[in-house]
Design a binder for this molecule. Structure first.
Ligand SMILES: O=C1OCCC/C1=C\Nc1ccccc1
Length: 475
């Protein structure tokens, strides 16, 4: 935002080859219009999220300055070992627009759930003198692939968890806390964790990735987007020594006499810990804590997830008893739950939930944590996010622009000015400028350096909410 001087230089936040592209468009080019889409891949729909961060972080305000132009000119001169930097182009932006970028960006509302192969946002230059500007910012804008892919992957897990809660639990009330973000350390950078952590929080309110909380506060006006609880790690358990694992467990009950706490219990033998420490030595203390509304969440952290979770449930069920809920599935006492934070991904979650169901255990009993798979084991190909030019004006002539490689039909691009319309329950990308502006779902979010439409986190969460929960339908 204006006033905050980022260390980096937005002119240089691009790929080297783009520095040479102003010399490559046909003479007389006055408009370059490009669009972003997911061409599909792992998932049939995407959750649109994260553009607002990139706009605020890089593009909003008088971002072009004399010193940035000078620095960019110097870097490019040395990097290309020739003078191809478009100094007068950038100076034009400084002089004529006061350093504001003469671009128009139209996008689907953040949080929208859109089938792949539909336009998600468009970019065009608003000043005919700088047509090369549109694709200069492809590099930054295509980085929306990351928050989009994290939010999408996270939402598919929410769908899975909702399905099993509907089948095996009495309510969906715990759904928003069922997948906890464990991914901070597994991210490539603090910024990655912030963006990815924020993207997960579109779907859930359960996280240990503090960077994601700050991201939601700073860029999406959300005061507190997620929650966590007092929880142990192996160091706070193993420093007591193997012979005092029971004291480490008791220490947690003493320090946190009420509320929900989690204790990792696989330091040596998770089955022994559940049977003889939680289920025998500390059983009365765990139950007493339950009287005051306390909840103990036991955390296995190794072994085959479904196998270990099942065996732990059986042991705890025997020691503490179980009840049957209205759907006929077993539930531990309300003061006792599990969290499985090892080996969880979209791929592994379904089979685990299915196995618990087959053994008559309600999904109510278990919460999940996911790290690397949630925030890092994704790439731009997961949803094939791409940015292509579809329209241009050259010597006053309007051109529908496209690529159509005979070597990959999946890479055919859309033509002309695009709009996104909803026809019945189906989204349709209307091409070649044939859309009805009144029905266009794309919203102008950025124009000439200003953020035109901002989304709050609550609005985004509503847009992204599961269909079954949309109008507060509780099963
Ligand atoms: O194991 C972990 O790896 C890395 C991230 C945090 C973490 C656990 N946290 C936690 C939070 C709430 C309940 C249980 C555990």
């Amino acid at each position: 935002m204006a006033g905050e001087y980022p260390l980096e230089n937005v002119i240089l936040a691009t790929d080297s080859y783009k520095v040479t592209h102003h010399l490559q468009y046909p003479p007389g080019t006055t408009t370059v219009y490009s669009y972003f889409e997911s061409r599909g891949g792992t998932f049939p729909y995407t959750v649109f999220f994260g553009l607002q961060y990139i706009l605020k972080r890089w593009l909003v305000g008088p971002v072009i300055t004399e010193s940035k132009i000078q620095e960019a000119k110097e870097i490019c001169q040395i990097h290309f070992r020739q003078n191809i930097f478009n100094e007068e182009g950038w100076r034009h932006i400084l002089k004529e627009h006061g350093g504001h970028l003469p671009l128009r960006i139209k996008a689907v509302p953040e949080g929208s759930v859109i089938p792949t192969r539909n336009v998600l946002f468009t970019v065009e230059n608003t000043d005919p003198m700088v047509p090369w500007l549109t694709n200069w910012f492809e590099t930054l804008l295509v980085q929306t692939w990351y928050p989009i892919t994290v939010a999408t992957n996270s939402r598919y897990q929410k769908e899975l968890l909702a399905k099993y809660l509907i089948d095996t639990a009495d309510t969906l009330n715990t759904l928003h806390m069922k997948l906890h973000d464990f991914g901070f350390r597994g991210c490539s950078s603090v910024e990655t964790a912030a963006i990815g952590g924020g993207a997960h929080l579109v779907n859930f309110k359960s996280t240990d990735t503090i960077a994601g909380l700050l991201f939601a506060r700073k860029y999406y006006g959300c005061n507190m987007a997620g929650f966590s609880i007092p929880a142990t790690e192996h160091s706070t358990m193993t420093t007591w020594g193997k012979s005092r694992e029971d004291e480490a467990c008791r220490n947690m009950l003493n320090h946190f006499p009420s509320g929900t706490i989690a204790v990792v219990s696989d330091s040596y033998d998770v089955f022994n810990c559940c049977q003889n420490i939680w289920g025998t030595e500390l059983k009365a203390a765990v139950e007493a804590r339950g009287e005051k509304g306390g909840v103990l969440v036991i955390r296995p952290d190794s072994g085959d997830p479904a196998t270990v979770v099942l065996k732990v449930l059986e042991i705890l069920g025997k020691q503490f008893g179980t009840t049957k809920n209205r759907k006929g599935y077993k539930v531990l006492p309300p003061y006792l739950r599990l969290i499985q934070g090892d080996g969880i991904s979209y791929k592994s979650l379904g089979p685990i939930l299915q196995k618990l169901k087959e053994y008559q255990w309600s999904t109510d009993n278990v919460t999940f944590g996911s790290g690397g798979a949630l925030l890092q084991r994704l790439d731009r190909d997961t949803l094939k996010c791409a940015f292509k030019c579809s329209f241009a004006i050259v010597n006053g002539e309007k051109l529908n622009v496209f690529k159509k490689p005979i070597t990959d039909s999946g890479k055919h691009s859309k033509k002309g000015r695009l709009s996104l319309e909803k026809q019945g329950n189906t989204y349709v990308t209307v091409e070649e400028g044939n859309g009805n502006p009144v029905k266009d779902i794309l919203v102008t979010v950025f124009e000439n350096g200003k953020l035109i439409r901002e989304y709050t986190f609550d609005e985004i969460r509503r847009n992204a909410e599961l269909e079954m929960l949309k109008n507060n339908k509780r099963t």
